[in-house]
Design a protein around this ligand. Structure first.
Ligand code: HEM
Length: 220
């Protein structure tokens, strides 16, 4: 492949990563809002919400878009990391990495891989059980996903795994959000520092609140 072709396809990949990444962030906001019911809501409320999210047609269609975005984001991320590695004969270690870039920006592939492994475990624990498992019903005849989730987080090792993965997610988003804005051409000396700050605060707020759920359930 010519170097121009490589650059072109790398830019295309980065664009897809930015678009799918921002869509995944949007999903995370909705997902977090729903899951916080595990802290402040009721068993019936959470089960009703889960039932709605898995059966309402428009949300079902959006879910397929979500799965496709996760796949595209992961595959493009992997390909980009590979071509960056091949195009960089001198390793970062020789280039005073701390002075030129953040640790998160240099570790996006690792952080993304941790997030992907987390997602596989997470989907197996909850999504698979909700869609294909044999779940007991609650008093209202709804699938009792609430009790399944509470039981999972009463295991300290499982909760610890979540907290560690949410730290990786926090770092991944703290660089990813500002990077997506930059890829989409939304950078300007006037507001780029603001976007970076917003990305960082947003990332740590999201991952902190996600991590709070297993901690809360384990401790209460
Ligand atoms: C403590 C935090 C979290 C809890 C309690 C939680 C809980 C759940 C539950 C109960 C489901 C199944 C619901 C259903 O199938 O409708 C689910 C699905 C899912 N979760 Fe989470 N989640 C958490 C964090 C995350 C994070 C951080 C991510 C992404 C990095 C994520 C990604 C997903 C995805 C992609 C699905 C499938 C959604 C769909 O089928 O539309 N979750 N989660």
């Amino acid at each position: 492949m010519s170097s121009q072709g490589l650059i072109k396809s790398s830019i295309g990949r980065k664009l897809w990563m930015a678009l799918t990444g921002l869509f995944l962030v949007l999903f995370l906001v909705v997902h977090l809002a729903g899951n916080l019911q595990l802290i402040y809501g009721t068993q019936e409320g959470f089960n009703e919400y889960s039932q709605f999210m898995t059966t309402f047609p428009l949300i079902k269609i959006t879910s397929y878009l979500l799965y496709a975005s996760i796949l595209l984001h992961a595959v493009d991320g992997f390909m980009l990391a590979r071509s960056n590695r091949a195009a960089r004969p001198v390793r970062y270690a020789m280039n005073k990495p701390g002075e030129n870039s953040s640790w998160a920006s240099r570790s996006m592939a690792l952080l993304g891989t941790i997030t992907l492994v987390f997602l596989i475990i997470h989907m197996k624990s909850f999504w698979y059980v909700m869609h294909f498992g044999n779940i007991p019903m609650d008093a209202n005849g709804m699938k009792d996903l609430y009790s399944i989730t509470i039981a999972a987080f009463e295991n300290p090792l499982y909760s610890l795994l979540y907290v560690i993965c949410m730290i990786a997610l926090g770092f991944h988003l703290s660089h990813g959000i500002q990077s997506a804005f930059q890829t989409l051409g939304l950078n300007h000396p006037g507001y780029t520092p603001g976007i970076k700050k917003f990305g960082s605060i947003f990332a740590w707020l999201m991952s902190g609140l996600f991590a709070l759920i297993p901690i809360w359930i384990y401790l209460t």
